[in-house]
Ligand binder design. Sequence first.
Ligand SMILES: [Zn+2]
Length: 457
Amino acid sequence: MCSAFAKAQSITTKKADSIMMRSIYDFNLTESKSYEWLEYLSNTIGGRLSGSIQAQRAVEYTEKELAKFTNRTELQSVIVPKWTRGTPEFAYIQLNDLSTINVNVCALGGSIPTREAGIKAKVIEVNSIEELAQLGKSKIEGKIVFYNRPMDPKKIQTFEAYGGCVDQRYSGAEEAGKYGAVAVIVRSMNLRLDDYPHTGSMSYGDLPIENYIPAAAISTNDAEKLHTYLLLDKNLEFYLKQDCTNWGDVESYNVIGEIKGSKFPNEVIIVGGHLDSWDLGDGSHDDGAGVVQSMEVLHTLKALNYQPLRTIRVVLFMNEENGLKGAREYAKQAMLKKENHIFALESDAGGFTPRGFSFDTSDEQMEVVESWMQLFKPYLIHYFEQGGSGADVGPLKEIGTVLAGLRPDSQRYFDFHHAANDTFDAVNKRELELGAATMTSLIYLFDQYGVVNTTKD
Ligand SMILES: [Zn+2]
């Protein structure tokens, strides 16, 4: 092929792509169903913790909706842990004059309850798990350990600030339990000072069951308050009562909907988010947004009469929050069935204005992706970087799938993450739709061009 012809052809292709992307954005900003679906998931169904009735209703609702514009839907069985919060938690600081100050706390997901009368004990404040070893058993035994390392405000990528703190929440109880602490209180993973405690998963690791201790998050305002009172009186006492229960495993489902490829049906592209959420809010940002944006990808392509070359599948994962069982089961089944998953895109970073994508792939594939950047410029999408994708698509890395995650603006994400204010009103319709359009565009490009080294026809 002469090079002038090749060049002309590539320009033609680019033109067709930019016209298609214009249609994708136009459709999403005028006829998208994503906001309507989110309204139903958030306001009619509500928080969708794994194993709950709400999670089951979300499974049924999304499958019914997907059936309207896909060729095939499937409920993939997943065994998930069931944990419930019970009656709302209660906590206060008791000063040495016996006056008390109520504080906002919530049990961490997976925690055991306190005894019915609650726990009252002195508090030892630490900034890290490492600090426990320096203090030793004599200073920790019988006390409540208060982890108070804040998220680093200097990090521009707020997920990095989260990553720098979340060990306190995830492993804080396991570590403090080794030193004979009676409970742990963890500063909420939130860059803002407010009154909402933020839940999230925790683990007792290999700790013997008799050493399990209750674990709760405290709002950032109240963490500051507790810190200040401790400076004035390190013998103050803290009271905590929580009523949560671990029920063991129950059956739930990943929800799948797909449109079969017309030219390369055996090459599978997936796009997804997680259907489960925490129970305090209704999980609109985390991850109702990702769920409806993923559904919107296929809805948009179908509405635009686009016939995919490759099989495009929406996967709504169950149990991302407290077990990742859905992601593991999906990858396991993909391997058992020897399905060729060439590309997987996840949206699980909130429904905010999209900035671009992060990729987990080879340098060669990254070069191809970077050649598409120009197409996204009119939509103010400019972030295309190597570095992580998402928890739910992660297990597909083992079979060589190119992975990506939508990267919305993250500055306000942790204001809402896992807290009671992660509700429908916190999501902006237009921002949500721009995210869905951006995802649809990337899926379209992978459908058109496949991936480096795996497409041979
Ligand atoms: Zn999430």
